[in-house]
Design a protein around this ligand. Structure first.
Ligand code: GTP
Ligand code: MG
Length: 306
């Protein structure tokens, strides 16, 4: 039986609690509720519920603190994330601006970028998160973002910088793409030599320029390299009788139809009565397949549910 609490301080705290999504604010409101909850025997259940809720909330806050060390504003990691790493003035912000919708400050002054800066690069309708981290030799460099990134774009102005930087890059799982920028400052002969050197060392690399006037800047080639580095499957879903969604869902390699359904909504795979598939993994368009059917990049899937 829920009891009726009339204490105005309690009711105020309860409103505060439900009005905020911020866990710290929630906890402070909850503490007020606990201190104003009825002390008599009839309030025992309520007090117990509140202290249980507090325990859970404290656990969540603690977990968030441990995890949230990446990025001062706590950047939520995208499904495909690349970070741009390089020395100051190498042109990181210029590249971020060229690849994405963001408008970072670009300047010949050193250490202009002081915190991780995010932009979204739309590649064939898939949003890719690109982050510029402050210069690697400066005090604002963020190791945490590098640990978890899917791809590292190592930005350099010349080959010597690469040797210098690689010593400083923290441990990471992400794939590396080496990008030499400001190629407009090189003679054709210098460019040719650099290309040969990068190729002989078997780097996954691109030589670019972010100057707006340039035709052969290789920016499109770099976008493709970044996208290819993620190793994901793009899947279009559709409802019966409707057109497929324009934006693909992103799945890991080796996923099957069940994984797609569960990604849409946990438990959905149990409600499916029929799945049809079009595209690379189908024998013919509209083939009916089971939950264990392995999907391929650019498949379209239609679920009929109960
Ligand atoms: N010639 C030439 N200049 C470039 C190119 N890319 C960037 N620059 C110039 O290099 C300077 C530094 O560029 P930023 O993009 O601010 O460099 P950053 O790596 O973000 O530097 P910080 O954030 O200060 O560490 C600016 O004056 C840019 O205009 C390029 O492709 N060619
Ligand atoms: Mg910058």
């Amino acid at each position: 039986m829920p009891i009726n609490v009339n204490d105005p301080e309690y009711l105020k705290a309860e409103l505060e609690y439900s009005d905020t999504k911020n866990p710290e604010e929630k906890l402070s409101a909850l503490n007020k509720m606990i201190s104003h909850a009825p002390k008599h025997k009839g309030g025992e259940n309520l007090r117990q519920q509140l202290t249980q809720r507090r325990k859970k909330l404290e656990g969540e806050i603690e977990k968030k603190k441990k995890k949230g060390k990446s990025g001062k504003q706590g950047i939520k990691k995208g499904e495909m994330q690349a970070v741009i790493i390089g020395k100051t003035n190498s042109g990181k912000s210029s590249l971020l601006k060229k690849l994405t919708n963001s408008d970072p400050k670009i300047s010949p002054v050193q250490f202009t970028t002081k915190e991780p800066t995010v932009g979204i690069m739309n590649y064939k309708d898939s949003p890719i998160q690109i982050i510029e981290i402050p210069a690697i030799e400066g005090e604002n460099f963020e190791r945490g973002v590098v640990h978890t990134a899917d791809t590292l774009v190592i930005l350099i102005k010349n080959f010597e910088e690469l040797l210098e930087i690689t010593k400083k890059i923290p441990p990471h799982q992400g794939k590396e793409i080496v990008v030499v920028t400001k190629s407009d400052l090189l003679t054709p002969e210098e460019k040719r030599k650099l290309f040969a050197k990068m190729q002989s060392k078997k780097y996954n690399f691109e030589i670019i320029s972010t100057l707006p006037s340039l035709h052969e800047d290789n920016i499109e080639e770099l976008k493709k390299k970044i996208f290819d580095s993620f190793d994901v499957l793009r899947i279009f879903t559709k409802e019966p009788g409707k057109n497929p969604e324009k934006r693909p869902m992103i799945l890991k390699p080796n996923s099957n139809v069940r994984d797609v359904a569960e990604k849409i909504l946990k438990g959905l795979s149990k409600k499916i009565v029929e799945t049809k598939i079009w595209g690379p993994s189908s024998k013919f368009g509209g083939q009916v397949v089971g939950l264990n059917h392995k999907i391929k990049d650019l498949d379209t899937i239609e679920f009929k549910t109960r």
